[in-house]
Ligand binder design. Structure first.
Ligand code: GLC
Length: 515
């Protein structure tokens, strides 16, 4: 990896989200696992990503697909063993790939020994590790949208849960909880992981007055609105801990508040998150006005405090990119050009590089109580069913067109989505402007979104046409189409026209370019 020495690695990379249960199955039980993933690391290397974030693989009753953890320092046998995890880290590192674990600090499983103890009696030493009250307030939980409080018959109090009743919230005001969770981070950092994606980190601090929230009456859940000063204190503690480790370990937070200005606060004064997810672009419809506003907002809010942005257009909780944009492959391709050319660290959710659509589930095949199965379907590796998933039928049905969209079918196809992602990632790797350069919006037709990336001598221009009609885009100087989302005109001089739903990445002609 040709990374400028003065830059931390996480500003220079593209991160790939692995949803382990759907990535690759090593033991034929129909659920993806760590050995399956290890067997496919060369695929990620060839794609051109430099880091992977692993959704949870810890022991769990799987009420929330592993986000309900009952042992923070183990591996669920469904996914393999601790030895497999060590193997993954070393095999990934051998290939120059960083590994990020998912850290879930807000809640445990109700089967976690800490909660089993906590609920055993009111005077149990772990009672205060969770949040117990005699009276509930009006707070709402996510996933099922019901009350955030569940009555515990045994100990005759309510406990708080921002998600399912099987996911009680930890009390981070208790120093023993803080210490126990710090030990969890130490455990994985000592094993060599490169950092963490932190689940709903803005939720760990709770309003100490437990006042009713009027927004809950309007149907909002606490995960969308919880934003307390104490979460920042918790984060500063986590940051101090990781900063003591060598090698630029990174904290990337899921801050699910739909306000980029609020998200920016979670970077602190460079003493909280290194990077935060920012959801407004992920929610945005296919509309240049909305994207323009989202991007300007990121540049403004994060730029002011030199906080490094992230870009994600899908993940395991949301529709896939292509499904969100009405099933259009052309739009998914144009979106890929945008995702991989904005200023910040992009995240690719597994399978978006294949233009997969959401899988359709029925009452019989549905798994997630939150209705988020669509994007979680298994990756098709081979064109021929069972698409590289030998053994038991996978835990969710394959996405539509699995044969045509399988890795094998796309690998050598010139105009495939996989090939587009590989080209884009190669260009990014070759261009400091794309990786770390500044971002300036360029004037263009209202249906276009155009911007310049620039770093010292290096320069690129990106233009995305959101319209079904072609539009002119006038530029001074001579430019070459380095990547076209539909391949039209690629490697030829740019003639000032962007085709219907086309996105182009342009470089000045005359720049020496070796492949
Ligand atoms: C995050 C995860 C989601 C999970 C929730 C509770 O939003 O991405 O999958 O259900 O947190 O842990």
């Amino acid at each position: 990896m040709s990374v400028e020495p003065h830059l931390t690695w996480w500003k220079n990379v593209v991160i790939y989200q692995v949803y382990p249960r759907s990535f690759a199955d090593g033991n034929g039980d129909g659920v993806g696992d760590l050995p399956g993933l290890i067997g496919r690391l060369d695929y990620l290397k060839a794609l051109g990503v430099s880091a992977l974030w692993l959704s949870p693989v810890y022991p769990s009753p799987m009420c929330d697909a592993g986000y309900d953890i009952c042992d923070y320092t183990g591996i669920d046998p469904l996914f393999g063993s601790l030895a497999d995890l060590d193997q993954l880290v070393s095999q990934a590192h051998n290939r120059g790939l960083k590994v990020l674990m998912d850290f879930v600090p807000n809640h445990t499983s109700d089967q976690h020994p800490w909660f089993v103890e906590s609920r055993a009696s009111r005077d149990n030493p772990k009672r205060d590790w969770y949040i117990w009250r005699d009276q509930p307030n009006n707070w709402r939980a996510s996933i099922d949208g019901g009350s955030a409080w569940t009555w515990d018959e045994g100990s005759q109090q309510y406990y708080l849960h921002f998600f399912l009743p099987q996911q009680p919230d930890l009390n981070w005001h208790n120093p023993q909880v803080v210490e126990a969770m710090h030990n969890v981070l130490r455990f994985w950092l000592d094993r060599g992981v490169d950092g963490f994606r932190i689940d709903v980190v803005h939720c760990v601090g709770k309003d100490p007055s437990f006042a009713d929230d009027p927004r809950c009456l309007a149907g909002e859940t606490m995960v969308q609105i919880n934003d307390q000063p104490y979460s920042h204190e918790v984060l500063r503690g986590l940051r101090r801990l990781v900063d003591r480790y060598p090698g630029d370990r990174v904290l990337i937070g899921e801050v699910n508040i739909r306000s980029t200005a609020r998200v920016a606060a979670y970077y602190g004064a460079s003493d909280e998150l290194h990077m935060s997810f920012n959801f407004p672009p992920l929610d945005a419809p296919w509309d240049p006005v909305v994207f323009r506003l989202c991007i300007r907002e990121v540049e403004r809010c994060l730029g002011e405090q030199q906080a490094w942005p992230t870009w994600a257009l899908s993940n395991h909780d949301n529709s896939r990119i292509r499904s969100r944009y009405g099933g259009s492959r052309a739009k998914a391709h144009a979106a890929a050009v945008m995702l991989l050319s904005l200023r910040g660290t992009p995240f690719i959710f597994q399978g978006d590089e294949l233009a997969l659509e959401d899988t359709q589930v029925t009452a019989q095949t549905r798994v997630d109580p939150g209705g988020r199965d669509g994007s979680r379907a298994p990756l098709p590796w081979t064109a021929q069913p069972p698409h590289g998933w030998t053994g038991k039928t996978p835990w969710l049905p394959f996405p539509p067109d699995a044969a045509a969209l399988a890795v094998q079918a796309q690998e050598n196809a010139n105009d495939s989505t996989l090939n587009l992602y590989r080209r884009l990632l190669r260009c990014r790797q070759d261009s400091p402007a794309l990786r770390v350069g500044d971002w300036t919006e360029l004037p263009s037709h209202p249906q276009l979104l155009a911007y310049r990336r620039h770093c010292e001598e290096d320069e690129r221009i990106v233009c995305i046409n959101f319209d079904e009609a072609e539009h002119t885009f006038a530029l001074v100087g001579d430019w070459l189409i380095e990547v076209a989302s539909d391949r039209h005109g690629e490697n030829r001089p740019f003639a000032g026209i962007v085709g219907p739903l086309q996105a182009v990445l342009l470089r000045p002609t005359g720049v020496a370019h070796e492949r």
